[in-house]
Design a protein around this ligand. Structure first.
Ligand SMILES: *[C@@H]1O[C@H](CO)[C@@H](O)[C@H](O)[C@H]1NC(C)=O
Ligand SMILES: *[C@@H]1O[C@H](CO)[C@@H](O)[C@H](O)[C@H]1NC(C)=O
Ligand SMILES: *[C@@H]1O[C@H](CO)[C@@H](O)[C@H](O)[C@H]1NC(C)=O
Ligand SMILES: *[C@@H]1O[C@H](CO)[C@@H](O)[C@H](O)[C@H]1NC(C)=O
Ligand SMILES: *[C@@H]1O[C@H](CO)[C@@H](O)[C@H](O)[C@H]1NC(C)=O
Ligand SMILES: *[C@@H]1O[C@H](CO)[C@@H](O)[C@H](O)[C@H]1NC(C)=O
Ligand SMILES: [Ca+2]
Ligand SMILES: [Ca+2]
Ligand SMILES: [Ca+2]
Ligand SMILES: [Ca+2]
Length: 676
């Protein structure tokens, strides 16, 4: 449970007329006094519990007074006013209310020579990035790292945003991630992806990145033997500094492979979402894959279908499915990339200080999404890894994207296996991010459908079950996020099988489509097929899993095990209120830029003011006599939510861990048990 008692108390108090016009009260008062002698000012401030902060205007009798104790309820404020009004020494007073003030920005296009060729950033295409820029979001304070074949750190369009702390060479084990140039391999991929995210604006070089004020780094890890260890080290590198990891790699897209993260990489993803980014969770952006020509399905890629990664697909400037694109039920959203033949491609930085107009593939889509999500993290740095996924679902739209399989799911959203929820809208994303409060902790509800009694797979197999979604216990799920069908089966010709999952609302998820090049007889062994297509649906009711053999009728197989894992929250997600801005500007800062003072009743969180503290932080009313303040302070590192700093204060534990009373903190069981 996220307990936010003060928040509820305050805003219910705000329902009465007293504070209808103000957004919130501060503990600052402006007071006009009849006498200005030091002694009379001192007497007045003592009498009413004020600290005299000095004259507002020199040579005036207007004083800035700060209240010693914070008044928590507006009727007390009101009583205070009644007393002040009766005092003959006080001519006039006003308690200062905080008002939402938005900086106004107008958009002046950057002067970079290739900006006019960056069609994917322009207002005539659907990403709506200019809207986010116009609101002032350009990636400030956000750190993105590209996990690839290196990054040309001195590139004139990257150097200004380059962040050595977000960079490393895992291949050669040194801090310099510069790509190695050889006759046969150009290793330009990472540099191209980095430019899409954070090329410098207005510097007369190339174009601009989506998040042109973000910090950008690169981890060189693809140029050598890629091992589980190397992947894991890359995914977890400097995880409190890097906010977003952009990956455009994975198992071969031959359409015959079923592979995913090894033990260490799986562990790295889990540690990333539960501990990275100060506990809010690292954001892992993943390209859905380029196996379209080979009829690959990205649910056979364990990085893409991981619930911890955000899978990104591509569309072209003509809103088509590009030939390289592979569909699957795990895709969440879509960004622009290059098209077929001589269609437009993406303009970005290239090796040797150059620029290219020729970047393409889903490889180009992941960095674009990483840049757009960087804008959202600037708009709201308190978002958890799951909040980011919720917002991406809401900020994606069908727009004009062409596909034959668009359907409306049980939550009323258009969804496609090619595009997820559609084209990511940056303007909408930052707007929603600003008003979003953290979703309750993740619930996982598991249901064993088939374990000891293998079932024959002939031409057609349908298994149905009535799901209670843990209605009777603490893992109750009212609003679904990810659903996994973990299954083991034997079949002589795996590529002939298709698997479809039907939710109670009737939403179909094609978990496996026919893969002509997959002639394996290895079957599946505890493979986690995943769907994001039922996001926000109520999971209770009858589900079905349908397996079809589209090949030779005489080939038979056997389903030996089927587990369903539902992930989601106990919230009625459609009932939540989204009309209040959750993040406010800081009023007074320390020299180091961190926030020193927020208007009451807001909490100080790092360098901003927030209405409520995010998960992994607890709310503290500090009671120092001079500066009564409210802070978000970090929980014990093992907790997801907490009521205080110790392990014993944990209220919820992060994924894959539970509260251990002996240790007095959340702890993880043996990770090896996780893989079936
Ligand atoms: C680019 O320069 C122009 C002209 O000086 C300025 O108005 C604009 O705000 C700058 N844009 C950025 C992104 O710095
Ligand atoms: C789904 O897409 C169709 C066609 O673009 C559109 O008419 C409809 O309003 C969309 N539904 C929702 C809920 O966005
Ligand atoms: C499923 O279970 C619920 C609650 O146990 C029950 O109300 C409902 O009728 C069941 N549905 C079917 C189709 O059996
Ligand atoms: C966010 O909240 C503000 C009020 O605080 C409201 O004006 C605005 O419309 C909300 N934005 C969205 C996208 O709901
Ligand atoms: C910034 O300075 C304040 C006091 O001036 C200190 O309490 C705080 O820890 C500092 N924060 C950082 C991030 O250095
Ligand atoms: C705050 O401190 C004052 C005196 O130091 C004390 O009287 C008061 O009860 C304290 N309030 C809280 C909420 O701890
Ligand atoms: Ca190196
Ligand atoms: Ca530039
Ligand atoms: Ca693939
Ligand atoms: Ca994923």
């Amino acid at each position: 449970m996220n307990s936010r008692p003060f928040y509820h108390l305050l805003f219910s108090a705000c329902l009465c007329n007293i504070c209808l016009t103000a957004d919130f009260y501060t503990n600052n008062w402006a007071v006009q006094l009849a006498g200005t002698s030091a002694e009379s000012v001192e007497r007045i401030s003592r009498k009413y519990g004020f600290i005299n902060m000095g004259k507002i205007f020199t040579d005036s009798n207007y004083y800035h007074m700060k209240q010693r104790a914070v008044l928590k309820q507006s009727f007390q404020t009101h009583l205070h006013s009644v007393r002040l009004r009766k005092d003959p020494m006080i001519i006039w007073f006003a308690q200062q209310s905080g008002k939402s003030r938005k900086k106004r920005h107008s958009f002046i296009p950057p002067s970079d020579p290739l900006f006019h060729k960056q069609w994917h950033l322009s207002e005539s295409f659907g990403h709506n990035i200019v809207a986010a820029w116009t609101r002032g979001y350009t990636g400030k304070g956000v750190v993105v790292s590209v996990l690839d074949d290196g990054i040309e750190k001195n590139h004139p369009d990257l150097a200004g945003n380059y962040d050595p702390a977000a960079s490393y060479d895992i291949n050669d084990i040194d801090p310099n991630p510069d790509p190695h140039r050889t006759l046969y391999k150009r290793n330009r991929h990472g540099t191209r992806c980095a430019g899409q995210i954070a090329s410098v604006a207005n510097n007369s070089v190339c174009g601009v990145g989506v998040a042109y004020h973000a910090k950008i780094g690169g981890i060189r890890m693809l140029d050598g033997d890629v091992t589980d260890l190397i992947e894991a080290k890359s995914l977890i590198f400097n995880q409190h500094h890097i906010d977003i990891y952009s990956s455009s790699w994975g198992p071969p897209d031959t359409g015959s492979v079923v592979d995913g993260p090894g033990l260490l990489s799986q562990e790295a993803l889990i540690r990333g979402v539960s501990q990275g980014r100060g506990g809010l969770g690292s954001i892992f952006i993943w390209a859905s894959g380029n196996g379209g020509m080979n009829m690959d399905n990205c649910n056979c890629d364990g990085y893409v279908n991981s619930i911890y990664t955000v899978a990104i697909s591509s569309t072209t400037n003509r809103a088509d499915v590009p030939s390289y694109s592979e569909p699957c039920a795990a895709v969440l959203t879509t960004t622009y990339s290059g098209g077929n033949g001589n269609q437009e491609r993406i303009v970005t930085t290239d090796l040797n200080g150059a620029c290219t107009t020729d970047h393409t593939g889903t490889s180009a889509s992941a960095p674009l999404a990483a840049g757009i999500i960087a804008l959202a993290l600037e708009a709201n740095p308190t978002l958890t890894w799951r909040d980011v996924q919720h917002l991406v679902v809401r900020a994606s739209r069908r727009h004009n994207l062409k596909a034959e399989d668009w359907t409306v799911n049980g939550a009323g959203r258009n969804v496609s296996h090619y595009y997820g929820y559609g084209l990511l809208d940056a303007g909408k994303l930052v707007g929603l991010a600003r008003n979003w409060s953290a979703v309750n902790s993740q619930k996982k509800c598991q249901h064993v459908i088939l374990k000891y009694m293998p079932v024959k797979i002939g031409h057609y197999l349908r298994i149905s079950w009535n799901e209670t979604a843990c209605r009777w216990d603490r893992n109750r799920i009212r609003s679904l996020e990810h659903v996994q069908a973990q299954l083991s089966l034997k079949h002589v010709h795996r590529g002939d099988l298709t698997i479809t999952l039907l939710s109670p609302a009737g939403t179909p998820s094609n978990l496996l489509t026919r893969r002509h090049f997959d002639r394996s007889s290895a079957g599946f062994s505890g493979w986690n097929f995943m769907s994001t297509r039922c996001w926000d649906e109520d999971p209770t009711g009858v589900w079905s899993l349908i397996i079809r053999n589209t090949g030779d009728r005489h080939n038979i197989g056997e389903l030996t095990h089927l587990h369903i894992n539902l992930y989601g929250t106990d919230e009625h997600i459609f009932g939540r209120r989204m009309e209040r801005t959750m993040i406010h500007q800081c009023t007074v800062r320390n020299n180091n830029g961190s926030c020193k003072d927020c208007p009451y009743p807001l909490y100080i969180f790092e360098n901003i003011c927030v209405v409520a503290c995010p998960p992994h932080f607890y709310e503290l009313d500090s009671n120092s006599s001079t500066y009564p303040q409210r802070h978000c302070l970090p929980c014990h590192r093992s907790c997801e939510t907490c009521s205080g700093p110790e392990g014993t204060h944990c209220l919820d534990c992060p994924p894959h861990s539970t509260f251990n009373p002996q240790l007095g903190m959340c702890s993880s069981p043996n990770y090896r048990c996780r893989r079936a």
